[in-house]
Write a protein that binds this ligand. Sequence first.
Ligand code: WTA
Length: 643
Amino acid sequence: MIHAVERPQAHAPTHCTPEQYDAMYRASVETPDAFWLEQAQRLDWFTAPTIGGDWAYDPVAIKWFEDGKLNLCHNAVDRHLPEHADTTALIFEPDDPASEDRSLTYGELHREVVRMANALKKLGVGKGDRVTIYMPMILEGAVAMLACARLGAVHSVVFGGFSPEALAGRIEDCGSRFVITADEGLRGGKRVPLKANVDAALNLAAHATPVEGVLVIPHTGGTIDMVEGRDHWLADLASDEDCPCEVMDAEDPLFILYTSGSTGKPKGVLHTTGGYGVWTATTFHYIFDYQPGEVFWCTADIGWVTGHSYVVYGPLFNAATALVFEGVPNYPDHGRFWDVVDKHQVNIIYTAPTAIRALMREGDHHVTSRSRASLRLLGSVGEPINPEAWRWYFDVVGEGRCPVIDTWWQTETGGCMITTLPGAHDMKPGSAGLPFFGVRPQLVDNEGHVLEGANEGNLCITHSWPGQARTVYGDHERFVQTYFSTYVGKYFTGDGCKRDEDGYYWITGRVDDVINVSGHRMGTAEVESALVLHAKVAEAAVVGYPHDIKGQGIYCYVTLNVGEDGSDGLLAELKAHVRKEIGPIATPDIIHFTDGLPKTRSGKIMRRILRKIAENEFGALGDTSTLADPSLVERLIEGRQNR
Ligand code: WTA
């Protein structure tokens, strides 16, 4: 048993004491409608809602605040103008520390958002249109999201590290006719050809969805092609005229964000306006315990949900100052994070265990050579944090002064769900902690029996919360199938989880065919589809295996067409092929050429066996007698690549 670490007393004042947490949590589950209607007042509504939740999980229909009307750009920007026009809203720290940083006050942010919204209008963007955003981590990425929200357009941000193929699929799936991009991005000193990737994607996607307009933001000044009539520089369309915020229904869509699942193509998870707004505003306030004047830094890219909720919406709803970082933790050296902390006097940092582990490996001197005196709170998100990395974060980075919050949540949950609160709870290294207000976790066994008390099982949530995703864009049946059919009447998270005697939750990782590589969700099926697209590949099965830095690595079993050899050349070619199809984050760590995959006599691949071999735990393979070719297992163990 890992012992609790008392919350450092340096943490004061706080938005939530232990007593307040207990009382508020109780109210949030006993009278959820009253509780959330009160929290909804954190936002400014054109028409205040009188209805809280109206939801059911069987059949699945989820609504919150449905009679309310609001606009989230107004809430993130305009409504702060009377008091905060001169408060810094966003700080930009460039990839290259020698380049100039930049910041926008709320007043300046308002102007930038209006200018971009007017440009989008001229392109033809209107309420309900989907707009794909494919941007580097620059302020215009956040501005683009807010400009869409202002017009009532639905943004679909695609991570700038995805390939043209992956981008094309996401443009097509939501029928997006507009793209916002930059000439190029910069990461760790390397240029990312964003506009060229958009061009390539549009050539691929041309038939299904004609993209009418591409808005291009100049960033590096690199040479790009502009297609006459389709592509426009922001400056050529932007204008300062008045651009009022659209009045949106609470349940109007705000954004689509693609995420990987156990099967098929990535799903377009859909979030709506009112509930997502209330959830991100409330979680940001209590979980990060933000105090006016502080600088908040979430290191996630806006291409992921963490960037949506805690680089852009959550902080801005709270009139906070948020840092947008273009670079990576190890450029120009492994002390960059702490340089940025010192330079901008960051008080709260929110990052992923993979970054913490990578920095830990490089030695303490990169940290201790920087002051970090401004730091007050340390956050972790995206994957389970191992206690050793937690300890290093707490002891070395935070010098024991700063509480660590380990926040469990998902693209589908909109914002944080399980975490300790910095002023209310003791911490346990490796445990996310306790449910946030309104969150009702439940553990069930594989048959769906509810497990009480200290126990381990599959993590479900039994009651809706405002930030919950409403559907999968264009495929509600898939939404129902994926999340509500394994255990009918409950939302199934796909995660395994332990609960201890203090009621603390310990996420153990995915129990489905999703792997978590450096905090990025990757569907093994997606990597398999990419591999079998290669002319020499007959079959592929992909599983995760423990990886020191990435949390999980990508282990691919590949069978080749007759007459092909598994040479080193082909190995490199397959890795490059997957990068091209999906993007660098999907690059296989290990490719294991095999003459067959373990299948049952009915042809089903026994992934359990493949997982065990990849984990190097082939001592416990379980029953292999149902295999069509039991001798294959010996050959797979013999040829295993993770020794
Ligand atoms: C994992 C990221 C353990 C989990 C916000 C979840 C975590 C998936 C944690 C969602 C955490 C996220 N501890 N595991 N603190 N946070 N996860 O959609 O497996 O990119 O299901 O959302 O990441 O990943 P997603």
